[in-house]
Ligand binder design. Structure first.
Ligand code: ATP
Length: 345
């Protein structure tokens, strides 16, 4: 496994569009890093530069102890799993998994052993003689994983590998991929636009927006201490409530009521996660619930607070009705952002 270092890595496409602004970070050996962000934020471009499928405009990319800017993809000691799996339809599962090795002129019995080991690991033993068209989506996904595993790469790259699966299978496969990565200990970079995948799979998350890195942190850091209003609203479903507040005399206020002590002066954006607003008959704050969304294990209350829209998440056994409701706020769970720049204060 390898450490990967990006040093002011930048991508400008030939049409002049800067898809990745200078980015610097290090991925530790064995770490599972997820690049997440909305469509067009530059995450695939970043991954493709690491893979060697896209030229690097500026900066250095180091994999292990080599600068690999000018190294061919085939010589970077990486294996990539794509969204469409890129399986050969006319080949059996066995041949698909072993294909990359055959190209490298590895002895047949060694290939057979590696394919058998990978098939064991991935529960594909019963399917080795089938063609991809005779497999389910999840099984095809595993074949693509098998092909990556047999190469013993020092780095796995994943480009939205679960996008073509239904919701249930996605949940199952993300657990499988994560468990497999833990077991093999291979450094991994995983691209997705799905914040749930990022939260559940990553050791560290890199949140991108408009070609720039907004935040690098553990899932807990990104969720509880978002670096910007963008991260606050991108990570978490429903997203963090972002409210206009006013700071005066060391207190942040909404609708003239003090929410928390806060040093400074003037307008700020106050962030509160929906689960940090607690229905409480003795609570200091009054909200007006306009709609209740039933989600089984919990409910989302859509409400207004001093003229601003908010969402409150409550457990299913909490009684809730539309109309006036008293709530308390977990004051240690608040985030404050600059009202102009959206950066965390
Ligand atoms: P998605 O989730 O939709 O794949 P992404 O975050 O992976 O999005 P990229 O594919 O990295 O985004 O693209 C980033 C930006 O670069 C987009 O605005 C895209 O239109 C632009 N782009 C991608 N390829 C090229 C190209 N060959 N020439 C010019 N612009 C490009």
């Amino acid at each position: 496994m390898a450490q990967v270092t990006l040093n002011t890595l930048r991508k400008v496409y030939p049409n002049g569009f800067e898809a990745v602004k200078p980015a610097s970070f290090t991925i530790e050996k064995g770490e599972f890093v997820v690049l997440v962000g909305p469509s067009g934020c530059g995450k695939s471009t970043m991954l493709r530069m690491i893979a060697g499928l896209e030229d690097i405009t500026q900066g250095d990319l180091q994999i292990g102890d080599r600068i690999v800017n000018d190294v061919d993809p085939a010589d970077r000691d990486i294996a990539m799993v794509f969204q469409n799996y890129a399986l050969y339809p006319h080949m059996t599962v066995r041949k698909n998994i072993g294909y990359g090795l055959k190209n490298r002129k590895i002895a047949k019995d060694v290939i057979d052993q590696k394919v058998t080991d990978a098939a064991n690991l991935l529960n594909l033993n019963d399917y080795l003689d089938r063609k991809p068209s005779q497999l389910s989506g999840g099984q095809r996904q595993r074949v693509a994983m098998g092909r990556a595993i047999v190469r013993d790469p020092s780095l796995f790259l994943f480009d939205e590998p679960l996008s073509n699966l239904d919701a249930k299978l996605r949940n199952q496969m993300r657990i499988e991929i994560k468990a497999l990565q833990r077991r093999l200990g291979v450094t991994s970079v995983y691209v997705t636009h799905d914040q749930v995948e990022a939260m559940t799979m990553a050791d560290r998350i890199i949140v991108m927006n408009g070609g720039e890195i907004e935040q690098i942190g553990t899932p807990a850091q990104v969720y509880h201490s978002p670096a910007s209003t963008f991260v606050a609203s991108f990570m978490g479903a429903p997203p963090m409530n972002l409210l206009d507040a006013l700071v005066a005399e060391n207190a942040a206020m909404i609708g003239g009521q003090t929410i928390a002590q806060f040093a400074g002066h003037g307008p700020v954006t106050l962030g509160i996660r929906p689960e940090d607003i607690l229905p409480d008959p003795n609570g200091d704050f009054e909200i007006n619930v306009t709609l209740i969304e039933e989600l089984g294990a919990h409910r989302i209350l859509h409400a207004t607070w001093a003229g601003q829209t908010i969402m409150v998440s409550v457990a299913k056994d909490v009684t809730a009705e539309t109309g006036t409701m008293h709530v308390a706020i977990k004051s240690d769970a608040l985030s404050f952002f600059d009202a102009q720049t959206g950066r965390r204060l």
